[in-house]
Design a binder for this molecule. Structure first.
Ligand code: FMN
Ligand code: SF4
Length: 555
């Protein structure tokens, strides 16, 4: 009997030789199936062999080991992981959005259905649009793109908007350093995203959708396009979604690669074929989005949560998590970390559990000095802050942000002053140039940090840096300039010695934390403000979070 083996086709596995391993196993006589990655990236290529007890995993398999693997001779090499589902790293997680990733073949629609797929859409089609949105509102689902804005409020605004055409746009730009969950979901289980977008379309009355995917993700582009073709062929997309009479057409648009094109209004400009530049809000995209029509813009993981919310009910999703951070978050461990990859867990898990228990400390073996959470605009946090629970509000109160769930680990060799300089430099390079605090402030920020580090009029330049940070935080049109002070201030607060500053520098609060968090407590984030009804003030016009669908931040 030929052995059946599973070899990931995920880009991370392919980058370390998975295709060659698959070819070698096929040549050695095995039946090779391709799955997504389980997310244990330090073990790739992770090959799974079907056995009576389950799929037994073997880590870091090379093409030269294909014969030995099939002959059962890899058990004593330290590569035998046992039954993969029982591996402690996986067993301790709560995989909801990633339940099928690594388990099924990504474009096998029958397997998708057999593993619970389409139950959410089928249920949504038995409900009214209002009831579908209510389930999402009741679930407490918040945007996973960074700002954490309640998805139900956004969907309700689009649902009640009057227009001949409405759109659902998925933001798969995933520009944050250290983030890869969107890519892995699309490469490993694309039908979950397609189903989530179809649910959103049914809920708000949209007939067309686009996935905005970065050109740096060729595997994801290929897999998603194939999945969309299959979805059309099976009536999941097109003139009558699953025979319901709802039309929903979906296509992929490839971005040329600019961090700012992840900001939702720049993304809409880019989708319209223009240079990506931030639009002033109001009007918000939910009312005037793509081609001026009401548009849902959500991150991949937000939309990918919708099938579970609808299948099990909003209350089941709301039962997970902590405080106002409901459900699970797909954390991404990267940087100098021993065990990098995907950890999906209920909100409330501590940073320490993620970095130390799952991550296993640094890859270099040296002590952890810091982690940066939430992408390049996120705060640097020292180990003393690792008991912080993963919770939008707790992070905001600590002057940090959960963002898209990326956690980048640094060992003691990190130079916090250099990282602060890099934050300003990154902003200068990626700024869309529309507003002065960001366009000019970021360049001045690099210069001021250089002077502080060189010891040139250090005291007055520290005052100047704080003044500059306050101007950028309060005066920028979007969160690109608005949040760049976050990594700068956190680096200066925790490691003043890396700037040549002897005593700790107390951190100034970046902004009222709720302002960039899409926090429902934020008066500017109420449904009224959200719908633009409260417009008029400077903050409402300029604070990305204030009137936007999203809090605008990729925090
Ligand atoms: C500079 C910048 C970059 C951003 N990049 C992304 C991105 O790559 N992906 C994403 O989903 N959201 C990104 N966002 C956030 C989006 O503007 C928006 O909040 C999000 O797509 C809304 O979806 P959500 O409510 O599901 O999070 C970015 C925001 C800013 C300011
Ligand atoms: S803060 Fe201003 S210049 Fe910077 S990216 Fe946003 S809109 Fe453009």
């Amino acid at each position: 009997m030929t052995a059946t083996v599973w070899v990931p086709c995920d880009a991370a596995a392919v980058s370390v030789g998975a295709d060659a391993v698959a070819d070698a196993l096929a040549a050695a006589g095995a039946t090779v199936r391709r799955n997504g990655s389980r997310g244990m990236l330090w073990l790739e290529p992770l090959v799974e062999v079907e056995t009576g007890a389950g799929r037994v995993g073997f880590a870091t398999v090379t093409p030269g080991q294909a014969g030995d693997l099939l002959a059962g001779e890899l058990h004593d090499t330290g590569q035998d992981l046992g039954v993969v589902d029982e591996h402690p790293w996986l067993a301790r997680q709560h995989r909801v959005s990633f339940a099928r990733v690594g388990v099924i073949e990504p474009t096998d629609l029958a397997a998708y259905r057999a593993h619970g797929g389409l139950a959410g859409l089928e249920r949504a089609l038995t409900l009214t649009a209002e009831e579908v949105v209510r389930e999402v509102t009741d679930s407490g689902l918040r945007g996973r793109g960074g700002a954490g804005f309640p998805a139900g409020i956004k969907w309700e605004t689009v649902r009640t908007a009057q227009a001949d055409v409405k759109f659902v746009c998925c933001n798969a730009d995933e520009g944050d350093s250290g983030t890869f969950a969107d890519r892995m979901l699309i490469e490993g289980d694309p039908f979950t995203l397609i189903e989530g977008m179809a649910i959103a379309a049914v809920a708000v009355g949209a007939t067309e959708g686009f996935v905005y995917l970065r050109s740096e993700y060729p595997h994801a582009i290929r897999t998603l396009r194939r999945a969309i073709d299959i979805a059309y062929a099976h009536g999941l997309l097109g003139g009558s979604v699953l025979g319901s009479g709802h039309r929903f057409d979906l296509d992929v648009r490839v971005g040329a690669g600019a961090y700012i094109c992840g900001e939702e209004t720049s993304m809409l400009d880019s989708l319209e074929g223009k240079r990506g530049e931030v639009r002033a809000k109001p009007p918000i995209p939910a009312l005037r989005g793509l081609f001026g029509k009401p548009t849902v813009v959500n991150n991949v993981l937000t939309l990918a949560a919708a099938p579970m919310v609808l299948a099990d009910g909003g209350a089941a999703y709301a039962a997970l998590g902590t405080g106002r951070s409901r459900g699970t978050q797909v954390f991404q461990l990267g940087g100098n970390v021993a065990h990098g990859g995907i950890v999906e867990a209920d909100f409330g898990i501590s940073l320490r559990e993620l970095v130390e228990d799952f991550g296993g400390g640094t890859a270099s073996g040296r002590p952890v000095k810091a982690v940066q959470v939430g992408g390049p605009l996120g705060a640097y946090l020292p180990p003393e802050r690792f008991d912080l629970p993963m919770d939008y509000e707790a992070f905001a109160e600590a002057g940090a942000m959960v963002g898209h769930g990326g956690i980048v680990v640094f060992d003691e060799s990190m130079d916090a002053g250099a990282m602060a300089r890099f934050a300003m430099e990154f902003c200068a390079k990626e700024s869309c140039g529309k507003c002065t605090p960001c366009r000019v402030g970021s360049t001045r920020g690099v210069e001021v940090i250089d002077r502080i580090r060189a010891g040139t009029q250090r005291e007055s330049n520290l005052v100047l840096l704080e003044d500059l940070c306050a101007t950028m935080a309060k005066g920028s049109l979007c969160a690109m300039g608005g949040l760049t002070p976050m990594p700068v201030r956190s680096a200066l607060e925790h490691w003043p010695e890396d700037f040549g500053v002897p005593s700790p520098v107390p951190s100034a609060p970046l902004l009222p934390p709720a302002a960039f968090s899409g926090d429902p407590r934020n008066p500017h984030s109420t449904p009224e403000a959200f719908s633009g009804a409260a417009g008029g003030s400077r903050v409402e016009e300029h604070d990305d979070s204030a009137t936007s669908t999203d809090g605008g931040a990729r925090p």
